[in-house]
Design a binder for this molecule. Sequence first.
Ligand SMILES: Cc1ncc(C[n+]2csc(CCOP(=O)(O)OP(=O)(O)O)c2C)c(N)n1
Ligand SMILES: [Mg+2]
Length: 577
Amino acid sequence: MLNTAAKPDAGAEQELTDGFHLIIDALKLNGIKTIYGVPGIPITDFGRMAQAEGIRVLSFRHEQNAGYAASIAGFLTKKPGVCLTVSAPGFLNGLTALAHATTNCFPMILISGSSEREIVDLQQGDYEEMDQLAIAKPLCKAAYRVLHAQDIGIGFARAMRAAVSGRPGGVYLDLPAKLFGQVINADAGAKSLVKVIDAAPAQIPALSAVKRALDVLKSARRPLIILGKGAAYAQSDDAIKSFIEKSGAPFLPMSMAKGLLPDLHPQCAGAARSTVLREADVVMLIGARLNWLLSHGKGKTWGEGPKKFVQVDIEPKEMDSNVEITAPVVGDIGSCITALIEAMGGNWTAPPADWLNAVKTKRDDNVAKMARRLMNNNSPMDYHGALGVLRTVIKERPDAILVNEGANTLDLARGILDMYQPRKRLDVGTWGVMGIGMGSAIAAAVETGKPVLAVEGDSAFGFSGMEVETICRYQLPICVVIFNNDGIYRGTDVNPLGSDPVTTVFVKGSRYDKMMEAFGGVGVNATTPDELKRAVDAAMDSGKPTLINAAIDPAAGSESGRIGNLNPQSILKKKQA
Ligand SMILES: Cc1ncc(C[n+]2csc(CCOP(=O)(O)OP(=O)(O)O)c2C)c(N)n1
Ligand SMILES: [Mg+2]
């Protein structure tokens, strides 16, 4: 039912509504149940009213974290996650997350209040003056401004469609302060709202493209399938599993595609990554891009032999972005995979046994080597000892959601923590951004109701650490484990001048667990893998907000984790101090 606002003066017949209520009605009409944001002028009352109207409005301590929450809500639900901010500084704080959503193809709408157009455009110095629409444009898929209450419905419809159709991404919606208070006839207002029908229409691939892809795959002697987070986003889990099993090919999940098929699936080549990338002769990408994370599809990682690529993606421009794609299949992933399965027929020939055996041998070797390192009960803990117990925690609770950020903490956890179900691993995404941690954890708990385990480097955690108060305030079932090695990559570096601490090192022996206690949550200091396991089990069983300070040997990590090779080097020798 449409909201009606202030009754008109005595004698007038018509009922009125206003911008505040029309925005709430537009959100509800389109199934938006949650808003992540930070209040302030001009959106404080809007947040209160939306809450009173039954929308869940989660109030954060910093817009960036609210934005990351909205972006991951979009990934998990296939509906745009909504982030609400005030003008200029709040808008800018939300913008990093909007750009992150766009880069990662997560549907998100950043809604920011803004100052008065007349004053902004003449640059007369309004309260929080900024031309927000112009600034947002290059960082998102689409940006719109609504100036008139009767356009709110259309404005939202455009934002929804832009966020979720085709390749999803971030959308900016600029709502000037005056819009909220504008009053119009309630009937006209109700009629102006738009319920978006089929916001992300199926995009069926051409049969010829499907056949071409299968011909290339059939010709392979050493096929490999790579699953990206686009495949996880598609929520076509059964079809993807059937396709991979029918193909018989080894598959490699990218980070956030882990669990689409269990990491312990017999065809999973996760533990033989370098071998399969180097040796495969046909590589099929499903919702994965050939960006830096796959070394752009060329160079040493990909070996010497000739390779053919098949790529399944909703975005035609993705094809040939880095190397030639022999068989592009453009469409939404669900429709593409269904078409591929159908066209495969009933007697698809499995890949040659020597290839499957070679991959299996390599994988089993690597798993056995790793298993020994994961069993250690050293104190201070190293990454392997600590991750060894967390691996068991997840095995025992496969429906829990894992959030993960850091450098060593990220790279080692990605390899060691097996995932069993789709969309259970949320991490730093395409940019390797630090700061997604608490926002992602909060959205995961809110959107799914499942327990969340956030495995955080001590530096990574610092980017969103204040949100532990938010976690306690909403009593969310989140267990944060901080891998505290006293710094970025390592806690052992020194400044040769001996003046200020070196740039990568923090206060030694910090107790992050005390931060959680400050807000009524459970704080634990764990110094051995056994202590860590007990504390995480208790937290996951109780669902109480918990933060565990896991003391990691400050010397255990390596520079930049697994991507130290990306640090620029000069041929000149380092100057000695
Ligand atoms: C927003 C942002 N700022 C800075 C960086 C650079 N960076 C990469 S990893 C990292 C922190 C690594 O330290 P930590 O989280 O403690 O993990 P560790 O390697 O110590 O386990 C930083 C600052 C980044 N990726 N993103
Ligand atoms: Mg660290």
